[in-house]
Design a protein. Structure first.
Lengths: 176, 392, 183
């Protein structure tokens, strides 16, 4: 059940969005990069004033590679809305939401630290979780987990993440 | 006579510091004793949880949540399993939901007791730490009775609970709930009307409700400033819609308001626990859906299909549908959410932990602006951060 | 052989005015008040019964360490009356919790500030070997940074387990581990 306020905002932003997705009781709008700040400002004025979360997803090997995800909440109307911006691997620059939501400051620093996505207009985009001289962006899919193998004599055990192999999506079983 | 130059002093506090409640580093720019600028530097406990969770199956990932927010372990597990259940589109049976609520509220009380003890000892009420941890030991005993572990339980599973609670659980919880108001009254007698406590917390580290909203603060720190938002009321989860409780709000946004909010929250948690104990009915504590939940042990002896399900679930894990969910719970610090992205495989593509302490800590420079250095300790204590949650 | 007369109860004091007035009881009273041992044993005994840890709580194990210091488990009865804030005033570093890459130089710095004799207890799995986490962010075991005397396993170890490790450390101190050269 998607809240009425969220539906109203979805209609309001329909001109800006280039895609919509609904799953369970959540609605996600895909916004192009240059309309993002406009969308965030309009959402804030419509009551979705809380930036609950700002994060990114690395969709390697899908293109465009990165997705920056904004989760907005309307406390009074008890509604949530998710906005997404898709970015290519080279040119992964998004406008900084810190002008609309001051709380985006550290969240964007974390996204920069973990994914390498830059935010133009950010007051001070530096690493926040890793040491300042760290190289690489840990949450990217091509950054390894760096697991230290256990030393055994005469036998090389699997690293923990390889014990249960990754199985990709299984196609739905046809009804008997 | 030469004049002293009016330069500001840069003072480094932490990461190894008795009162920063963990490995937090603050770089303070002072004019005399007045703080002008604060730069919190975090990352000293960064563990790479989100990356680890991408490399494990959904079931294996249950290990990680209690280590993220290690003071409210049951609530953290609750958050994760609710997110996975939302992704799968299942709901745990009623007895499991009621037990989860009891354990979550006990976890909330345990976390607030740690907050109270450590805040008080920061203001040098040294005996409070002893009293609060003593009460907390009773809750630890209940957790140990239920799951075998005092802290990192792994008790809440996707689809329900690991196993049913033993006999004597209800009696223990009820006895703790009966003793709690007396203990809280004692703590309030010691602190609330204590001149020293009031002098040190009233008017200190004020956060306006506008700032709380702008910085994305949630939890007692926002409710202490008057922002009426509790995830249990706004987006009820796991059965909370059926319970009757109040959400305390503070008026002035200072450390004292947050203190009163948390004390009252402990009483409201007790109210929820008593209602849940009355609602507790017999029934299964785990889903019947063999594609998601492990079959009960006795069935493995009788049914080949159960063995196959067990094998598939343990060696490969279940495959949720393609999609993404965000599911939040009210942790003692604020809104704790899990954003899971699934591509249909047996591991999450992205497991994002929306950490309340991370957002709350952002408001620290605003809160301690133009306070004195001695108030920094009280301010950090009143935000109630868990560095494991901040750094993940 | 005559049976020795039994000493009356209480502390025995020799009231002999001079060597000629010494009785059996006086001799035994004096013997009862003399202890012979080596200096190193007395020093070790004093050291092991007053080990003061530095407050070095990092993560979840720190909560169990605090519980071990509170009234139910009470580490003070073993001599750790106080957890000092300053490393210069402490003997023991209980590394309780996971050590991240950013924290490693800080840990080394704190360890170097402690004065000899100093000991290290690696409390918990993360401090002993990296624990549940085997990844880019954590140092896999604090013994990669500082020499460790006692490893206490557990995730987190119960307060009783930490106290057991503490008692083991006391036995180690009593045995007189040679002081390490500052390196």
């Amino acid at each position: 059940m998607i809240a009425a306020a969220a539906e109203a905002l979805v209609r309001d932003l329909a001109g800006l969005a280039e895609g919509e997705d609904r799953f369970r009781d959540e609605v996600t709008l895909l916004i192009p990069r240059d309309r993002l700040l406009d969308a965030l400002a309009r959402a804030r004025d419509a009551g979705f004033a809380a930036l609950t979360d700002l994060t990114a997803v690395d969709r390697l090997p899908q293109e465009p590679r990165f997705e920056v995800v904004y989760l907005l909440t309307n406390y009074a109307a008890q509604a949530r809305l998710r906005l997404k911006v898709r970015l290519d691997a080279d040119g992964a620059v998004a406008p900084s939401a810190a002008s609309v939501h001051p709380g985006a400051n550290w969240l964007e620093r974390e996204v920069f630290d973990m994914f390498g996505i830059r935010f133009s207009g950010h007051p001070g985009l530096t690493r926040i979780l890793m040491p300042d001289d760290w190289e690489g962006h840990p949450l990217r899919k091509d950054f390894p987990l760096v697991e230290e193998p256990v030393d055994f004599v005469g036998h090389t055990p699997k690293v923990p993440s390889a014990i249960i192999p990754t199985t990709p999506r299984t196609p739905p079983t046809p009804p008997r | 006579m030469s004049e002293f130059s009016r330069e500001t002093l840069v003072l480094n506090m932490g990461p190894h510091h008795p009162s920063t409640h963990g490995v937090l580093r603050l770089v303070l720019e002072l004019e005399g004793e007045i703080i002008l600028r604060t730069d919190p530097i975090i990352g000293y406990l960064h563990t790479g949880f989100e990356k680890e969770m991408e490399t494990r199956t959904y079931h294996q990932n249950i290990v990680f949540p209690p280590r993220i927010e290690y003071l409210a372990t049951m609530i953290e597990e609750h958050a994760y399993v609710l997110a996975v259940e939302k992704l799968l589109g299942v709901r745990a049976p009623e007895r499991a939901e009621t037990l989860r609520i009891i354990l979550s509220e006990l976890s909330r009380i345990a976390s607030h007791l740690v907050w109270l003890g450590t805040s008080a000892i920061d203001v040098n009420v040294t005996s409070m730490l002893m009293y609060c941890f003593n009460d907390r030991e009773r809750i630890m005993d209940i957790f140990e009775m239920v799951s075998g572990q005092r802290m990192m339980h792994g008790y809440m599973r996707v689809g329900g609970l690991q196993w049913d609670v033993p006999e004597g659980f209800v009696l223990r919880v009820r006895s703790f709930a009966d003793d709690l108001p007396g203990r809280l009254d004692e703590y309030e007698r010691l602190l609330t009307d204590n001149l020293i406590w009031r002098e040190r917390t009233e008017g200190i580290a004020v956060l306006s409700s506008g700032d709380a909203l702008r910085y994305g603060c949630t939890g007692p720190i926002a409710r202490g400033s008057g922002v009426n938002y509790d995830v249990r009321k706004a987006f009820p989860y796991g059965g909370y819609e059926a319970y009757d409780f109040d959400v305390p709000l503070g008026a002035r946004g200072d450390s004292f308001s947050r203190y009163t909010v948390r004390m009252e929250e402990m009483r409201q948690s007790r109210r929820i626990i008593l209602q849940a104990l009355d609602r507790l009915r017999d029934g299964p504590v785990m889903l019947d859906d063999r594609k998601v939940a492990l079959p009960p042990r006795p069935e493995l002896v009788r049914s080949m299909e159960a063995v196959i399900h067990q094998f598939k679930l343990v060696s490969e894990g279940f495959h949720p549908p393609v999609g993404e969910v965000y599911s939040a719970v009210e942790s003692p610090r604020g809104e704790k959410g899990y954003y899971l992205v699934s591509d249909g495989g047996n591991r999450p593509v992205r497991a994002r932990v929306r950490s309340p302490s991370f957002n709350n800590l952002q408001a620290l420079p605003v809160m301690i602006f133009r306070n004195t250095v001695s108030d920094v300790v009280v301010a950090i204590a009143s935000i109630d951060i868990v560095l494991g949650d901040v750094d993940r | 052989m005559a049976l020795k007369p039994s000493l009356p109860a209480g502390i025995q004091v020799s009231r002999a005015a001079g060597p000629s007035a010494v009785t059996e009881l006086d001799a035994r009273a004096v013997e009862g008040g003399i202890l012979t041992t080596t200096v190193s044993r007395v020093v070790s005994w004093a050291r092991k019964n007053s080990v003061w840890p530095v407050q070095f709580g990092l993560a979840c194990c720190a909560i169990e360490m605090i519980s071990a210091a509170q009234s139910r488990f009470d580490i003070a009865r073993f001599g750790s009356e106080l957890f000092r804030a300053s490393p210069r005033q402490s003997d023991l570093m209980i590394v309780s919790g996971r050590v991240s890459q950013k924290m490693a130089p800080v840990l080394k710095h704190i360890y170097e500030q402690m004065l000899e004799p100093k000991w290290v207890i690696a409390m918990g799995d993360c401090a002993s070997c990296g624990g549940v986490f085997n990844n880019y962010a954590l140092v896999q075991g604090v013994d990669k940074l500082v020499p460790v005397d006692v490893y206490v396993a557990g995730c987190p170890p119960r307060p009783e387990a930490l106290l057991f490790g503490f008692i083991k450390l006391q036995e180690l101190i009593a045995r007189g581990r040679p002081l390490r050269s500052p390196s």
